[in-house]
Write a protein that binds this ligand. Sequence first.
Ligand SMILES: Nc1ncnc2c1ncn2[C@@H]1O[C@H](COP(=O)(O)OP(=O)(O)OP(=O)(O)O)[C@@H](O)[C@H]1O
Ligand SMILES: [Mg+2]
Length: 241
Amino acid sequence: MTEDLNYPILIVDRIDTFYGQSHVLQEVSLSINGGEVVCLLGRNGVGKTTTLRSIMGLTPPQSGQIFFKGVPVVRKPAFQIARMGIGYMPDDRRIFPDLTLFENLEIARRLSSKEKVQWTFEKVYDLFPAFVDMKTRKGTQLSGGEQKMLAIGRALMKNPDLLLLDEPSEGLAPLIVQNLVEVIGRIRNEGVTILLADQNLKFCRKTSDRGYILEKGMVQHQGMMEEIWQNEEIVKKYLVL
Ligand SMILES: Nc1ncnc2c1ncn2[C@@H]1O[C@H](COP(=O)(O)OP(=O)(O)OP(=O)(O)O)[C@@H](O)[C@H]1O
Ligand SMILES: [Mg+2]
């Protein structure tokens, strides 16, 4: 996977996405190189989730193009886009409540269409050591934070090249957020490119190389995370600290 470094693995080119009559994304463009961690920032309702859903084919854009590893994906069904190598953790996690932690991971493993298995159970347990003692726990018996980690683990079991994470830090205690920063660093070191949507600027600064700031469904600013962090005007105008 290292050969993908510095080559755009994902290009979103001026997409417009609607919910019914409501025009949500307006000419959103972004580009992510292999190996990068990039974040989508912005307040409530600016279009972060819709951008991720557009990429996954869950809310396909009406116009514009999206290329994953050079292949156009707009109008492909979501399952096919996932099989091409995009993993997705939705903001509501969607863990199967009646299945155990192990079974939730096992289903994802079976859905992996990759010939080369990068993420084994062992590797996922290594990333989340607490899982080892929770294998038989049902989804309903997991805390919100644990479900979030399981949702990440489940996405990894499908061996994605690009991982989309929607609000990974939301609702987590500060210690767990710090843990998640390390987890994201380790996933990236395995060669997985990451696009995350999160409102937490500090979390994005710790995890991401670059950021795109959305407001009213449009990209208002983009830059290196350090530049965004120090840009008081931008932070005040578009973000929450
Ligand atoms: N299913 C839907 N039907 C109609 N409008 C929607 C739907 N989902 C989102 N919207 C609207 O689209 C806009 C963008 O929403 P989106 O969920 O993408 O924002 P977000 O940046 O992810 O916000 P949040 O921080 O709350 O997660 C908002 O105005 C929202 O009300
Ligand atoms: Mg959202």
